[in-house]
Design a protein around this ligand. Sequence first.
Ligand code: FE2
Ligand code: FE2
Length: 299
Amino acid sequence: MKTAVENKETLLKRLDGLRQIPTIPSVLAPLLRYLQQPVEQLDVQKVTDMIAQDKSLAAQCLQMANSPLFGRWQKAESLRGAVIGLGFHRVGDIAMSCGVLNMLPKGSGGMDPVVFWEHSLGCALVSRHFARKISFADPGKAYLAGLLHDLGIIVNLWVMPQEFRAAFELAKSEGIPLHEAEERVLGFTHCESGRLLAERWELAPDLIEVVSLHHSPQESLNYGGLVALVKLSDLLCRMSGLNYGYVEAREVNLRQEAGFATLAAECPALNEFDWARLTFELDSYMDEVHSLVHAIYRT
Ligand SMILES: [Fe+2]
Ligand SMILES: [Fe+2]
């Protein structure tokens, strides 16, 4: 097997080669651009038509829109109904979720794609829920940041599936965080490879920071609150049934985690936060996330 330094060079070379780089799904870029306009200028049919161009994406979106996780109280029979019932931005979040997660290569790298979906979607939902609870300024952004935080895992699965498999097996067998195993086996982590793709996709600067610094929030210069929020949500997911398919062997005290103080300074409600209640609420999410992801993955 190659050394860590060689792996890093290979990663950069393969990323530069562009051939194997996942591109942002073609339906999503124009949709997300369109949704940035003021709400009064948006058109229900136009959004519906844009998503409907990709039949399987449309079917997945409808399934997700009808999940209790997205607050539906009445079943949407059509994509148009979902856009009307849930609103433009929530449908945008759903389309982004399905589109990005569909980029995962199937059956390589040792990580079960269903598990990765569950972790990413779980982290998106937990980030949004947590953001609302502590009055974080932008819960919608928290959702997107939670969804995309592990973008680098997708990159690693594409560009070096065998090496990533070795890192994943090491993490699993020793019960250590995945990024520590990647550092040992690959010489870089999904934070670095994720940053390369996030920059190439021209994601917003706050999302780029989340992708590249969610395992070292103390290094965040401009978006410390958002990065810390996603880091804590990611930890909550990894400590629960929304992990990467294995349980990490360690005790976590969230209050002592890097980034906690930064987030508390931005959201004072965090100091009085009822963690036991949040854990209880997350338990009810978990079953929904599992059944939703299994249903969508078969679509
Ligand atoms: Fe991560
Ligand atoms: Fe994660």
